[in-house]
Design a protein around this ligand. Structure first.
Ligand code: SF4
Length: 176
């Protein structure tokens, strides 16, 4: 990982998990593994967050929450799926209310496998997320410099017709 200009703030959301990965994330963020030594700050506020870390799978109940957290985060942003459940739905995949992994609802950039994911793997995922965040920030700054005053096109990964239809479907309000 090269030099980073800003310490990214990390938001952790635990979906429908067994809490195994959740506990490993806490171990990673607290002093034993100490992710903060790489400049990552843990936050509970999506409006301040740059990296969204998701553990557990996505079901019909938590999908709108995950989507809302993602949409509330400012751009640029990075999403990390931690553990087999967040990567694919894992052991809960075939359950009646499951939609799948985190990428069933938001675009995922980095997948950290494992059941439970080890803190060393989670740390690796965080460092990759920091590097990707820095790259996106540089691109963002470059764009702003070249297009001063112009409205930025909507990020194709959010609020697309596909996403809106999917959300309606999840909430049971889809057009007949
Ligand atoms: S990947 Fe394994 S440890 Fe992690 S939430 Fe799923 S079942 Fe639990």
């Amino acid at each position: 990982m090269g030099k980073v200009k800003k310490s990214p703030w990390l938001l952790h959301y635990d979906g429908s998990s067994c809490n195994g990965c959740d506990i490993e994330v806490l171990a990673t963020l607290t002093p034993v593994y100490d992710a903060e030594r790489f400049g990552v700050v843990n936050t509970g506020d999506p409006l301040q967050a740059d990296i969204l870390m998701i553990t557990g799978g996505i079901n019909q109940q938590n999908a709108p929450v995950v989507k809302q957290l993602y949409d509330q985060m400012p751009r640029p942003k990075v999403v990390v799926a931690v553990g087999t459940c967040a990567c694919s739905g894992g052991v809960f995949r075939e359950c009646y209310n499951m939609l799948g992994g985190a990428d069933s609802t938001v675009p995922v950039d980095i997948y950290v496998p494992g059941c439970a994911a080890r803190p060393e793997s989670i740390m690796d995922g965080i460092l990759k997320a920091v590097a990707l965040f820095q790259k996106r920030s540089d691109e963002h700054d470059q764009y702003e410099k070249e297009h001063k005053g112009e409205a930025r096109p909507v990020d194709p990964s959010i609020n697309t017709a596909h996403d809106k239809a999917k959300l309606k479907e999840m909430e049971g309000t889809a057009d007949a």
